[in-house]
Design a protein around this ligand. Structure first.
Ligand SMILES: [Zn+2]
Length: 482
């Protein structure tokens, strides 16, 4: 029997607010341990939480952008469990009246087709602290806890099990990250844990619509790891089922070293958490005025922006797709074009040279981190378009711009990279033609392609400083004169 995977996600994202969700402590990443804490986020007796309005509005914006049903009143519940990184011994979350239910999210697959993934619910809660297990030291039999993160606003988006394989899972994760970035809901830095994907996956006989027993997997800290984990679970569950066994209901952890998942705990249910409404927090009314105001904060989203890029800048669909895959990339493109440069040329530079540099900078790097500003890239494109430098020289100038941050014009001036004028060019062209009589004969005989060979030789001889717009007529003229 053949099996197919059924996949859903729980997406956790830390919202982009300056302060925590129930107190005024900073949410900045990387501060010394336990320096961003107060009685509220330390769970001291007698302290009372106050809802961060901005966190609530961002969460509501995401719920509305996901086309969720948003209730007229929402409130918060306590999810009770004990763990060292949770000083209150409960997490404030939403169980009975979450911010949104029954939403949808469109994903696009590499072949250009689209699918809609159901959103079961979306709710606002708080992040926990972080347990630190000192490693590499002898006789360490303790763990440390850093509560700087405790109380950071956390949004959980729970999808329906609508994804049917790795390709769709990847499209979902990329799409969701871009969506949250566009909404300015989170900075989505996965390495800092600002965006986390938890996977649930089950297998069923191919073509069946009955769901198998799902397994949840945690500890997945990058998209690449999620994809590896999907492969590993498909293999493991298929083996269990093919052997006539049953997949256990449990939560598993990803073991990056062994590239397998292992049992963390048998799956708890909602009853185990003894949810009850938090008596310290009041209900929040979501009236029409608030709904309208927050809806107005939803910006142009990736698909709409792509359509506009194709129409307005007349760039190919593929280019528009790449450029709108990240908000920062799309904004970079528009800034560069606004600085008077040819859109297609800007797109080409961004999709090749810039993208490979960004990849080297790591998974979380965005166009905002790129050392060359859009105005400088626009200037480089203009220098090529007005014939000041050749495309070949531009390829030498660009890395220099990345390293030094200097303007392209300054680099061209400093390094003497301007193309040769006709006077200096002609002796070189004559010499190359004399050395390549066969190519010259071919050209005379009407083989137009032969000019490419000559051009290559001339480029080599001038170190790329020959302007093709000058060279081509010069070769033709010299042949005629001969
Ligand atoms: Zn605090």
């Amino acid at each position: 029997m053949e099996f197919e995977p059924v996949i859903g996600f729980e997406v956790h994202t830390e919202l982009k607010t300056r302060t925590k969700v129930w107190c005024g402590c900073s949410t900045r990443f990387g501060a010394p341990p336990n320096t961003q804490v107060c009685p509220v986020c330390l769970g001291m007796p007698g302290s009372l939480p106050v809802l961060n309005r901005q966190a609530f509005e961002i969460a509501l914006k995401v719920a509305l952008a996901l086309k969720c049903d948003v209730p007229e009143r929402t409130n918060f519940d306590r999810k009770n469990y004990y763990y060292p990184d949770l000083p209150k011994n409960y997490q404030i979350s939403q169980q009975y009246a979450p911010l949104g239910r029954d939403g949808e999210f469109a994903i696009e697959l590499p072949d250009g087709s689209a699918r809609t993934i159901g959103i079961d619910n979306i709710h606002l809660e708080e992040d926990a602290g972080k347990n630190i297990h000192p490693e590499g030291q002898a006789h360490v039999d303790y763990s440390l806890v850093d509560l700087n993160r405790a109380g950071t606003p956390l949004l959980e988006i729970v999808t329906r099990p609508d994804l049917t394989g790795k390709e769709e899972a990847e499209a979902f994760m990329r799409g969701m990250k871009a969506f949250l970035e566009y909404l300015d809901a989170s900075d989505c830095k996965m390495q800092e844990g600002r965006l986390r994907f938890e996977l649930n996956i089950s297998m069923r006989p191919k073509g069946s619509d009955v769901l198998g027993q799902k397994v949840e997997v945690k500890n997945l800290n990058s998209m690449a790891v999620v994809l590896k984990c999907i492969d590993a679970e498909i293999e493991r569950q298929s083996e269990v089922l093919a052997g006539g066994g049953r997949v256990a209901q449990e939560t598993r952890l990803w073991d990056e070293e062994k590239m397998v998942t292992r049992t963390m705990r048998s799956k708890e249910t909602a009853y185990d958490y003894r949810y009850f409404p938090d008596p310290d927090l009041v209900d929040v009314a979501i009236d029409a005025a608030m709904r309208e105001r927050v809806t107005a904060m939803i910006p142009e989203l990736p698909i709409a922006r792509r359509v506009r890029f194709i129409e307005r800048y007349e760039i190919p669909e593929y280019d528009a797709r790449v450029l709108t895959s990240q908000r920062q990339l799309a904004e970079y493109f528009e800034s560069a074009v606004a600085a008077q440069a040819n859109p297609k040329a800007i797109a080409n530079w961004m999709m090749t040279e810039m993208k490979s540099r960004l990849n080297e900078m790591g998974e979380d790097a965005t166009a905002d981190d790129f050392p060359v500003r859009p105005q400088a890239l626009a200037e480089l494109v203009r220098l090529i378009d007005d014939g000041t430098i050749t495309g070949k020289i531009a390829k030498q100038v660009f890395p220099e711009m990345v390293e030094s941050g200097k303007s392209p014009a300054a680099i061209v001036e400093e390094k003497g990279l301007k193309p040769l004028d006709e006077g200096s060019l002609e002796p070189i062209v004559r010499k190359v033609m004399a050395e390549n009589p066969k190519m010259v004969e071919d050209l005379k005989g009407g083989k137009k392609k032969a000019i490419g060979g000559l051009m290559g030789q001339i480029m080599r001889a001038t170190g790329g400083k020959a302007n093709p717009a000058l060279v081509t007529p010069m070769i033709e003229r010299l042949i005629e004169e001969a």
